[in-house]
Design a protein around this ligand. Structure first.
Ligand SMILES: Nc1ncnc2c1ncn2[C@@H]1O[C@H](COP(=O)(O)OP(=O)(O)O)[C@@H](O)[C@H]1O
Ligand SMILES: [Mg+2]
Length: 377
């Protein structure tokens, strides 16, 4: 006699929480295709990101809960669907008025920012974007550094020109599994951009509205340094899910980072965390990390600001050389320790972004609507 029922299975699943979102999987709408056949249970769990680092834990918890409730066998399929930002209402970021979403098919937008140039924003943005695809996500990469676009070089796309599609929209260039757009694609080699503030905002708006981004889980935005017009425009134009702030250990005063964080607060952009780049040097001969800039103070600063250090990426000649040859390190040397760190970083960023999205969803009135259908109970 079978003892398992749909109700029992659902009750068991209600005891399993998503550790990040701190609610149970049934309430979160993550349980799909629940089937009970005798005492055998099969279920599909739809997480909020394919890059979820807790995937294995959640799966194990589901199996344990169902077995604990009497299932003789449990078949769990782990699936993911990045939740979409609610359309921006009158109470949206910056109090912007309600209007149609500008990247309608894009679910989550991640800005990579820093207080100053040369700290590795573009390096982190490209490697993060490619790493998100390795987790199974669909990803776009927008170079918003209008004056100093470096993605064409870093991705080996110099002198490439994007085409126009039939709707007169600009088609982003496909590279390493990413959809890429950069001001660099619009300029000749030595041409300098001489636009001022309002035109910068316009250029960014074009990259957002006139480019056919299509359906994507994430768009990573490589921001220009500092706290200027582009940063403000971005927050007005898009519901940015969160920002990753890149810093180096040399930034002793941390003043630039604070300025960036202040601006993010003013524009109501959540900070997902810090990435410490060029944090130390790992010697190829002795394999020992050398703290060439002395002990890092980044962690100390982060703690004071209640922020997390999401990764500490070493100074690494492969990173620089590969980038000069148009390949992010995660492409040039996917098995390197640095590439593994980027893969982990992508997981943590996705996790943090899902938490921010969840907060927004809750404020916008619950999860209904973000997941079609109820659990089949
Ligand atoms: N971890 C790293 N190790 C070695 N070189 C790096 C590292 N991160 C960045 N670089 C190099 O430093 C330079 C500046 O990096 P970039 O990403 O362009 O900074 P930003 O976008 O902040 O101006 C580039 O030449 C890049 O290849
Ligand atoms: Mg850059």
């Amino acid at each position: 006699m079978a003892t398992m029922t749909q109700d029992k299975a659902l009750a068991a699943l209600r005891t399993v929480d998503d550790p990040d979102l701190k609610k149970d999987l049934v309430t979160l709408g993550m349980i799909k295709d629940l089937k009970v056949d005798g005492d055998a249970v099969s279920v599909r769990v739809v997480l909020t990101t394919p890059a979820c680092p807790l995937k294995d834990k959640i799966k194990a918890d589901v199996v344990a809960a169902l077995e604990g409730a009497g299932a003789s066998s449990v078949d769990v399929t782990m699936d993911a669907e990045v939740r979409k930002a609610p359309p921006r209402g009158p109470a949206g970021q910056n109090g912007a008025a309600a209007r149609a979403p500008r990247m309608p098919g894009v679910k989550s937008i991640i800005a990579v920012v820093s207080g100053k140039g040369g700290v590795g924003k573009s390096t982190v943005a490209t490697n993060l974007a490619v790493s998100l695809t390795r987790h199974g996500a669909t990803v776009g990469l927008l170079d918003a550094d209008i004056y100093g676009p470096s993605l064409p070089t870093m991705l080996g796309l110099l002198n490439r020109r994007p085409g126009l599609n039939s709707d007169e929209k600009i088609a982003p260039i496909d590279r390493y599994g990413l959809k890429v757009m950069s001001m660099g694609f619009m300029l000749k080699d030595d041409q300098a951009v001489v636009w001022r503030g309002p035109m910068l905002g316009k250029a960014l708006q074009q990259f957002i509205e006139d480019v056919e981004w299509g359906e994507l889980d994430y768009v990573v935005i490589d921001m220009p340094p500092g706290t200027g017009d582009v940063q403000l425009s971005l927050a007005q134009l898009l519901p940015v899910t969160g920002a990753v702030v890149v810093t180096t250990p040399q930034d002793v005063a941390f003043a630039d980072v604070r300025r960036s964080i202040n601006q993010l607060e003013i524009t109501k952009t959540p900070v997902l965390g810090l990435v410490e780049n060029m944090s130390h040097f790992v010697c190829g001969n002795c394999d020992t990390p050398h703290m060439i800039f002395g002990e890092s103070r980044v962690q100390g600063h982060a703690t004071k600001l209640s922020l997390e250090v999401l990764a500490s990426i070493p100074l690494d000649s492969v990173t620089a050389v590969a980038a000069d040859h148009g390949e992010p390190i995660v492409v040039a040397s996917p098995d390197s320790a640095t590439s593994k760190q980027y893969l982990e970083l992508a997981g943590r960023v996705a996790q943090k972004a899902a938490i921010e999205q969840h907060k927004k969803d809750s404020q916008a009135g619950g999860f209904a609507g973000f997941f079609a259908g109820k659990p089949k109970a």
